[in-house]
Design a binder for this molecule. Structure first.
Ligand code: SF4
Length: 380
């Protein structure tokens, strides 16, 4: 089973924290759709079409800037190229683009999961993030999603914003509670250097939140959502039972996936199962539009089993399931060293990890999952 990710690189304006690949000029949208369809069709007869595709994900940028008819054409091209056995088709939306009609059209072409970039219901925070939508639009969209009949909808939330108090976050969570959403992705704000926020921080015009405050936000999100029956299953992802995102689990569990569109990333195991390749399309719309997809070579990073095992540990430790020791031995020929076992026992004593058939982190450990992984992979 594999997944397909489609990158739609258009946005109305740049959010202050965002370092994804996007362009704010929509004029090339028609040409992009044509090029994307060519890229899809160029995969006919390739290794990527040999296994069934169980998840599709339209991400961005802003997929909801596509017309429903454009989405339908892309879906047709995918269906005539790949073996689609899709259990999950996710589509990212921005609140200011959504109408009941648009949601109904998405449903008609097979979308059964939508992910909406709300980020906050606080007018000042939305302005600070330079989002295009208002708090009223976010609320209107939540009502539309609830009535849309789409199986699962997910709401993105960002916490740990400079100036965001615990009370402000509580108000956002309280607002969410009114809608009883099946899935939430809650991200701690990361300040990337090449963003407007990053530049303001570098110039000393803005102070990031203290770690302690971010930790309080992390705890509050987990507590409030779990009271709504929405449980953390990955550092940033929370879902009701059965609403967990399968596409993302494919990434974490090292299933094959193919990324299409400018800047999209791919991962594919070699046929012998002893190495895999990671590559990405160039993040440049102009070059993407000029490409001859049939002759373009796949340049990427070849990863050996040890590198893959380490990445699997890193991804697995960010999830509530953790990573199975037997899987590491059987699929990756990777066993923990004495020093690594001792380190994990110490984490267990400190209440940060649980050891058994799987290694997994507790809520206390998940807060510092990346630091624990780094220690675990470098301990001597
Ligand atoms: S809409 Fe999404 S992709 Fe576009 S700038 Fe904002 S955060 Fe980035």
């Amino acid at each position: 089973m594999s997944g397909i990710y489609i990158h739609v690189p258009f946005c109305k304006q740049a959010c202050s924290y965002c370092d994804f690949y996007f362009v704010t000029r929509p004029q090339q949208k028609g040409n992009y759709v044509e090029a994307l369809i060519q890229e899809i069709q160029s995969k006919k007869g390739s290794v990527f079409t040999q296994e069934a595709v169980n998840t599709l994900y339209f991400g961005g940028g802003t997929p909801s800037l596509l017309e429903a008819s454009e989405v339908s054409r892309i879906m047709d091209a995918l269906a005539s190229t790949f073996k689609l056995r899709t259990e999950e088709v996710t589509f990212e939306l921005n609140p200011d683009d959504v109408t009941a009609e648009y949601l109904a059209d998405l449903k008609k072409v097979g979308v059964n999961r939508v992910s909406m970039g709300v980020q906050s219901f606080d007018a000042n925070l939305l302005q600070f993030m330079n989002r295009t939508h208002t708090a009223e639009e976010a609320l209107r969209c939540m009502h539309l999603l609830k009535d849309s009949g789409i199986d699962v909808y997910s709401v993105d939330l960002i916490y740990g914003n400079p100036g965001q108090t615990v009370e402000m976050l509580e108000a956002d969570l309280e607002q969410l509670k009114q809608f009883d959403p099946p899935h939430i992705s809650a991200y701690s704000l990361t300040i990337e250097p090449n963003t407007r926020l990053g530049k303001q921080v570098a110039l000393g015009r803005l102070l990031p939140q203290e770690d302690e405050q971010v930790e309080k936000h992390f705890e509050l999100v987990e507590k409030a959502l779990s009271e709504m029956g929405i449980h953390r299953y990955e550092v940033s992802n929370f879902g009701k039972k059965g609403s967990e995102a399968r596409h993302n689990s494919n990434y974490w569990e090292h299933e094959n996936y193919l990324g299409l569109g400018p800047g999209a990333h791919s991962f594919w195991w070699d046929t012998d199962g002893r190495s895999a390749k990671r590559w990405s399309n160039e993040a440049d719309l102009k070059k993407y539009l000029e490409q001859d997809f049939k002759t373009r070579p796949v340049d990427g990073e070849e990863m050996n089993l040890k590198e893959l095992a380490e990445e699997r540990i890193m991804l697995g430790l960010r999830t509530i399931k953790g990573v199975q020791l037997e899987e590491l031995i059987v699929h990756y020929e990777y066993s923990l060293s004495e020093a690594q076992s001792q380190y994990l026992e110490r984490m267990q004593k400190e209440g940060k990890a649980v050891l058994g058939k799987n290694i997994r982190l507790t809520s206390k450990g998940l807060r510092i999952a990346d630091a624990i992984t780094l220690d675990l992979l470098t301990v001597k």
